[in-house]
Design a protein around this ligand. Structure first.
Ligand code: GLP
Length: 246
């Protein structure tokens, strides 16, 4: 993984947003981008909306795919990752709505929904760029640490620390955070032609160090990004504090 260090989270956000715009410009009529939710993404999406309104790019042909979604929330629930993406990014970009793709956390059959999603990604031509945040326990998407990892989009049970970290989107009521989610699998994420992992703040320093410099382990899903030929880590000084210098 190539590590790109910046002094502040805002500098990280500008650099990542610029990379997204660059991909959209270099792949007119077809860029396919995977989008996560999360606090880390808020300033990135803010800069991306700004770039989109000030610099020309062919957004109408961009396909977007959300990375993960809670299970069981009613459509339109403000805590859903779909609502987050609409609010923070999609409503501010000149996208064609039929090319913005979401996981349906209300689907009656999760397996069918996950297969539909994998097919939709394939039909769009596969992911050109996968943006990712990282959980404090090293999860990417909602691929949680454990004895095993799952290759493709699947239904998963969230760890308690992950539910705690996501209480923000539910008025800080952890009890309201769903226990299950749908997520792109490790193979789905690693099949993207380029990956940008973003981490900011002290709380991510340990997971970042283990993801970059530790062994490949299912106990730290982000460590598998070491296998990707075009994965870049964008970090601020706080998140990079445990990384070897130089
Ligand atoms: C969440 C989501 C991820 C996100 C990560 C980091 O639980 N499943 O998609 O990238 O954890 O979130 P944050 O940026 O809020 O720290």
């Amino acid at each position: 993984m190539d590590v790109r260090r910046f002094d502040s989270a805002d500098q990280v956000a500008i650099a990542v947003a610029a990379r997204v715009v660059d991909i959209v410009r270099r792949l007119p009529s077809r860029a396919v981008i995977g989008l996560p939710a999360g606090r880390t993404m808020v300033p990135i999406y803010q800069h991306l909306r700004h770039f989109a309104s000030t610099a020309p790019a062919d957004w109408a042909h961009v396909h977007t795919f959300q990375v993960d979604e809670f299970v069981g929330l009613p459509h339109g629930d403000t805590g859903s990752f779909r609502a987050f993406l609409q609010r923070q990014l999609l409503d501010g970009l000149p996208l064609e709505p039929s090319r913005t793709n979401f996981l349906d956390g209300e689907a009656s059959n999760a397996d069918t929904e996950c297969r539909r999603y994998e097919l939709a990604i394939a039909n769009a031509g596969g992911l050109d760029l996968q943006l990712l945040g990282i959980g404090v326990n090293g999860h990417i998407g909602f691929n949680e640490p454990g004895e095993t990892l799952t290759a493709r989009t699947h239904l998963t049970t969230l760890h308690e620390e992950t539910r705690r970290a996501n209480a923000t989107w539910f008025g800080n009521h952890e009890s309201r955070v769903p226990r299950q989610a749908l997520t792109m699998g490790m193979g789905t994420l690693l099949a993207a032609r380029a990956v940008i992992l973003v981490a900011t703040g002290d709380s991510k320093a340990d997971a970042v160090t283990r993801a970059v410099a530790g062994p490949l382990t299912t106990q730290l899903p982000a460590s598998f990004l070491q296998l990707h030929a075009a994965a870049d880590l964008f970090v601020d000084a706080a998140a990079a504090s445990g990384l070897p210098t130089g």
